[in-house]
Design a protein around this ligand. Structure first.
Ligand code: GLY
Ligand code: MN
Ligand code: MN
Length: 463
């Protein structure tokens, strides 16, 4: 779909005028020192190359879109470079009008003529304040029940959840760049190398291809810390590096990939068994992807594979089905199987469970409660499949769990894993790919990134 077609589709499903905000540059300390601008994902979905500080009015009464852009000043031309005139943007983008955002409120009064307006909260607090002001609604970006009126969230999600060919093409491009980044880090993983050198290789690979990180690079031999952004360790033989990193391209689409490998090129016997088990559950879940499958069932199916393997390794005791029902496996696999991916690495997560658990409730159980979506899969959805196994002291030594799972978890055996690597612990293993639900099965966008154990072992430290 072209940007014009996307806007027409949105207009057709709105009952009230809607104002979207791109957001502006966000300061990292003093006002003029800002992070690189990244437009809100909804704005990116409806407009090519959005400008910071812009807004757009979608008016269903006459099916028009008005774009509000910052006035072109000499000062901006001096510091930031010249940009296209309002007229040129109007022609290029196909909107019906382009007006000055400085007069947004005045223009809205004239165009929307006293009608109740809707808006969508964005990460830029100042833009959200403006959205509150023009709508009179209590909008908040970090409260999914206050991001916008439900009807607006539903209308946008109906478009963004199913990716078209042009969106998949963007994600295939970021998958190629993500591949380069992961392989560069694998090859450099020799004992004595610092994690920060690997992180530099990853982020350098993104930058060399005109991409940025879609999220903070997770790279650590302490992979049991799920979102570990610290890169201060020095690699030692026996360690497993966990890298969770994905590139974001110019259009805003991203990849989200995790690979793990042994420093120096050979897993320990324990590492090999757990790696093969995580891979088996990942491949098993991917093989079941097709339209109509409930994502929660995929999660539980992957959990049963992990539970059965943990029984065989002596870490759990019992039947896989009942272990998963009780949540015993979650002491080693505490997070959900995955999430939607697109313009946001957790696509549309800001819209909350209204979109990701439609008509369903999140489980209160430890582990299952972290499952980020419970949707029935449909053609065009792109999501991650990312099982893992972790040895987290805070979980495995939790007194409540120790008593609740006494007969099901072999805590003495778990202690042996917590004591490995000179007391640093086993760490964690996760394998993550980005999967498209197709009419007859799936396409794994990130399939070329090595994950077979022998392939990983052959690459690790061979740079
Ligand atoms: N990269 C964060 C995640 O996998 O969800
Ligand atoms: Mn993910
Ligand atoms: Mn990830």
């Amino acid at each position: 779909m072209s940007f014009v077609q996307r806007r027409e589709k949105l207009l057709a499903s709105l009952s009230r005028p809607l104002v979207l905000f791109s957001g502006g540059a966000i300061s990292r300390n003093y006002p003029a020192n800002t992070y690189p601008f990244r437009a809100d994902s909804n704005f990116l979905y409806f407009f090519e190359r959005p400008e910071p500080g812009s807004a757009a009015l979608f008016d269903p009464a006459d099916q028009t879109v008005t774009l509000f852009l910052p006035e072109r000043t000499m000062g901006d031309a001096l510091w930031h470079g010249e940009v296209a005139s309002f007229e040129a943007v109007k022609l290029r983008s196909g909107v019906q009008r382009v007006l000055a955002v400085e007069q947004l409120e005045t223009h809205l009064q004239a165009i929307a003529k006293g009608r109740q307006l809707d808006a969508v909260a964005v990460a830029d607090f100042k833009a959200t304040q403006r959205a509150r002001h023009v709508t009179g609604q209590d909008l908040q970006f970090d409260d999914p029940t206050k991001v916008s009126r439900g009807e607006v969230l539903d209308a946008i999600a109906a478009l963004r959840l199913k990716k078209g060919p042009e969106e998949l093409a963007e994600m295939r491009k970021t998958a190629v760049v993500t591949h380069e980044a992961h392989v560069a880090a694998m090859k450099a993983s020799k004992p004595g190398v610092k994690e920060e050198l690997l992180a530099g290789l990853v982020e350098g690979a993104f930058a060399r291809s005109g991409c940025v990180q879609a999220y903070g690079t997770i790279l650590s031999v302490r992979g049991e810390v799920l979102h570990n952004h610290h890169h201060g360790n020095t690699l030692a033989a026996g360690d497993i590096v966990l890298l969770d990193a994905g590139a974001e391209g110019e259009a805003g689409y991203c990849s989200d990939v995790t690979r793990c490998w042994p420093v120096g090129g050979a897993f320990s016997p324990e590492g090999r068994d757990l790696y093969e088990l995580v891979l088996k559950s990942e491949v098993h879940a991917i093989a079941q992807v097709k339209p109509g499958v409930r994502y929660r069932d995929l999660h539980l199916s992957a959990c049963r594979v992990l539970a059965q393997g943990l029984v065989e390794l002596g870490l759990l005791t019992g039947a896989a089905d009942s272990l998963v029902e009780a949540g015993a496996h979650a002491l080693f696999f505490p997070h959900g199987l995955g999430h939607q991916i697109g313009l946001d690495v957790h696509d549309l997560e800001a819209f909350g469970d209204r979109i990701h658990y439609p008509g369903r409730q999140r489980s209160p159980q430890f582990g299952l409660g972290y499952l980020r979506m419970d949707l029935d899969l449909a053609e065009g959805m792109v999501f991650s499949i990312e099982p893992g196994l972790y040895f987290v002291p805070a979980i495995l030594r939790n007194p409540e769990f120790r008593s609740k799972f006494k007969g099901q978890v072999n805590f003495d055996k778990a202690e042996q894993y917590l004591a490995m690597n000179g007391g640093r612990g086993f760490g964690g293993i996760r394998i993550e790919d980005d999967v498209v639900c197709m009419a007859s099965g799936s396409e794994v966008l990130t399939a070329s990134i090595p994950k077979a154990r022998v392939e990983i072992e052959a690459l690790a430290g061979q740079g």
